[in-house]
Ligand binder design. Structure first.
Ligand code: FIX
Ligand code: ZN
Length: 435
């Protein structure tokens, strides 16, 4: 028996969608609309079955998520070096023992594991992992993927596809069949690192680039982007950027961004997603869990939005201190779409604060959340938590509107939820994303 977290819509409709709701009805209608609306997850690290081992799923992957690894080292004496020397099942067991048996799993990431186990009616009480492992072993990934997305109330997800990642490159070059529920993203992190790293790779692939990005280099980078666009059909291009990100910048990276990436986005009619504020490898001993964050100078974003009005920017900032500025910039530039409560912000208390602020300043013209899931089943708890956090925020907003003197209907709520969790994204990225 499975418990699902996503309700099927009630086609009969207990309430006439156009009837004015009473103050007492608002909360339950908001909950119902959220529970029965399908969302688009506009940034994940998930992949369809054709990507093989690149797509992570199952209990051992869930337990070794880097959010949990970082928490593990706070509650265990094991050194990171010892942990990394263990095979994955032993790592998962160490995390299970420290965070779920010896401690109560009250953090956001640990509660997520409990919620996923519970969604599949598996034991959550800290007994062994045997039953959970047997359950996941019995699933076939082709059937498991659509089932999990349905449980999460998500119709499709957006991947992260870096063409300079050798493992991924091999998958794309083989020519894979598209999966209707997974959209590609042309991720540019490797291309926009210190140029010394990517240029020899591009040169090896036959692009006429040099170490100064001079001569034909810019035209050749644009050819590289155009060819990957054809291969992937991405819904946007994306880069994650440090808190120290500056634009304009008199560096090769600044030049590539200005002369290659931005014009290619315009030509291909793709938005550029900027995820700003990460400080990579603050503690390299923790590997993926060793990244931190810092407050960015968003004047760089201002410069981009003002000087490139023909480009559309999807923007998430990692520092809580940058959130208010991001809202102010979105009010100034309608080519800027704020999205998500990213990574260290994806905790109910902070999500609530950021979301309230965004509604107060931007109405429904933003994308409230993405899951950033790295392991398939995480979408179940991440989207359930988003719905739970969002319901009282939205209900309170409509309650205020009602007291101000305007009736609210189920249809209004449906339109707003559709806009926030689907059409702001689909209209921004164009027809590729489905709606
Ligand atoms: O750069 C990104 O897309 C980040 O979301 C990740 O690299 C990060 O490790 C993560 O998983 C955050 O949730
Ligand atoms: Zn991510």
């Amino acid at each position: 028996m499975e418990a699902t977290s996503f309700k099927q819509p009630d086609p009969g409709g207990k309430l006439d969608a156009q009837a004015a709701l009473t103050a007492d009805q608002i909360h339950s209608v908001v909950e119902d609309v959220l529970a029965t609306s399908q969302f688009i997850d506009m940034h994940t690290h998930l992949y369809p079955p054709a990507f093989g081992k690149i797509g992570l799923w199952g209990i051992d992957e869930l337990l070794t998520y880097h959010y949990l690894e970082a928490e593990f080292f706070r509650s265990s004496h094991m050194t990171p070096e010892h942990y990394w020397s263990l095979p994955k099942p032993a790592q998962a067991e160490a995390i299970w023992q420290a965070l779920f048996v010896e401690n109560t799993p009250v953090s956001e990431a640990t509660r997520g594991i409990v919620a996923v186990l519970n969604a599949f009616a598996l034991p959550t009480d800290g007994s062994s992992l045997t039953e959970a492992r047997a359950f996941f072993k019995a699933q076939t990934i082709e059937e498991h993927v659509p089932k999990v997305l349905a449980m999460a109330g998500v119709s499709s997800v957006v991947m992260t596809n870096d063409p300079l990642d050798s493992e991924e490159q091999a998958v794309w070059m083989k020519g894979i069949q598209r999966h209707a529920q997974f959209h590609a993203v042309l991720r540019l992190d490797r291309l926009l690192r210190e140029w010394a790293e990517p240029w020899p790779q591009l040169a090896k692939q036959g692009y006429q680039v040099d170490d100064q990005a001079s001569g034909r280099s810019i035209a050749e980078i644009r050819r590289f982007l155009a060819e990957w666009y054809e291969r992937m059909r991405p819904v946007y291009m994306a880069i994650s950027l440090a808190d120290t990100f500056k634009f304009p910048e008199d560096t090769v990276r600044g030049k590539i961004l200005r002369e290659a990436v931005l014009p290619s986005c315009r030509e291909l009619d793709l938005p550029l997603s900027l995820m700003i504020g990460v400080r990579r490898q603050v503690n390299p001993r923790l590997r993926l869990g060793g990244d931190g964050m810092g407050r960015a100078d968003l004047r760089s974003l201002e410069n981009l939005c003002r000087n490139f009005p023909g480009n559309r920017f999807l923007v998430s900032v990692l520092s809580r201190e940058n959130q208010h500025e991001l809202c102010v910039y979105a009010r100034k530039f309608n080519n800027l779409m704020p999205f998500g409560c990213w990574w260290f912000l994806n905790n109910p208390s902070i999500v609530e604060e950021i979301t309230r602020e965004r509604i107060e300043m931007l109405g429904t013209s933003f994308i409230p959340q993405h899951s950033d899931a790295r392991v398939l089943e995480q979408v179940i708890y991440k989207w359930r938590n988003t719905r739970n956090t969002f319901a009282p925020i939205l209900a309170k907003t409509y309650g205020s509107l009602f007291r101000d003197g305007r009736n609210v209907t189920r249809q209004d709520i449906q339109r707003d939820v559709q806009r926030l969790f689907r059409s702001n994204f689909t209209q921004w990225v164009g027809p590729g994303a489905g709606d």
